[in-house]
Structures are given as structure tokens and as C-alpha cells.
Design a protein around this ligand. Sequence first.
Ligand code: ZN
Length: 239
Amino acid sequence: MHRAALVLFSGGQDSTTCLAWALARYERVETIAFDYRQRHAVELQARHAVLAGIRQRFPQWAGKLGDDHELDLGVLGQVSETSLTRDMAFRMESSGLPNTFVPGRNLLFLTLAAALAYRRGLEVIVTGVCETDFSGYPDCRDDTMKAMQLALSLGMDKRFLIETPLMWIDKADTWALAQTLGGDALVELIIEHSHTCYLGDRTHRHDWGYGCGDCPACALRARGFAAWRNADKPAARTP
Ligand code: ZN
């Protein structure tokens, strides 16, 4: 029986849903984020607001929510040239991947998360990666996660479990999952405080939250929200 988890928590919709998922399952949950000179420190600010909101509005979870860790990963900006680390417009590359792809990013994140989890006595690492409806980032695939789980468990001689509750669900189902886990209060917290927009826009408020409304991340979030609201869906599948 696993009791303690570390959630890769960026402050976005997906990682906020994963945090709630972990809080509903484990006795102790800690959070980790990486500052790699993102163009939008707004995402790191969003995570503080979400954590505060969970402590205030979810007494059943507040006692389980442990330390938050922010690691400086500025070195990633030195080795990669992408629209997330440099001042570049979003576009698709000839490789078929968007220029928001930071090669090796999730592999580094998971390795550092496991090193921290090892020290903190946390057996489970939870991440919001998803194969279903995003850009096909190769470091978000299920096979990559399974390979990392094996490599980290062998390399640290400790049995880690990498949990990916969003791997096979789409954005509409992610909204539904949040509703199932934390009801309207969690959906409202995600709308109000989680941040997804690539452009870091916190001035335009939509029914699904803040964002420019046009970038691929906003488009995906808006489309999923509309699909969830419009569909007479049954309760979310619980992965
Ligand atoms: Zn946007």
C-alpha cells in the first residue's frame, strides 16, 4: 500500500487535477515544480494560489498537503531553444513537434522528482502527462513513463511508481474528473487560479479561466471545457 506521493505540480489545469487525484488517494502529498526561466513566471505564481486555495477550501485535503518544492532548473534554458524558454512565437517544426517541445524536459523533471522523492520517503510520483489530445510530445508517452519508472527504480534501488491519471483521457474528461474529485469548488479553483496559456495572459477572463484564448493551450482548454459543459456526460471515469 503506497501512502505518500510527490506531484509534479506546475499550476496548470492538468497538474491541479492530478494534485486533487493524489490528495484523494494518499495520506501525504508533496508538490514539486521547476523554474527553468519560463517566459511566464505567471505559471509559478498560479501554483501558489492553487495551493492556498486547496488549504482554505478543502479541509479534507489540507492536512495531507505537505511541503512544496521549487527547484531552479535554469540550465534547461542554456541547452534548449524553444518558445517556452526564449522569446519565440509558437509554431510547428518540420519534425512534426511544436517549438514548445523542450527536448528531455520531462525526463529531467522525473529524474529530479525521483531524487527528491527518495530523500523525502515518497514512493509514488504523479504527473499529468497525457497521450490523448496534445501535441504528441514523445516524453509524455506511456511507454516513456514506463521506461522512466524502470530506470529510476533500478538506478536508485527503490521501487518507484509513476502514476499518470490523465494519460488516456481528453480535456473534457479532465474537467469531469476534477468535478468528481472536488465538486464545483475544485472546478472553480481551477478556473480562477490554474494557468495554462502559453502567452501568460491573465487579463482576459473566459468561462474556462484566464488566457489569450488563441494559443494552442488556450484552444485546447476552451474546447475541452465546452465539450464537458455541453455534453450530458456521466461522471468521469476514475483511472
Ligand atoms: Zn493562450
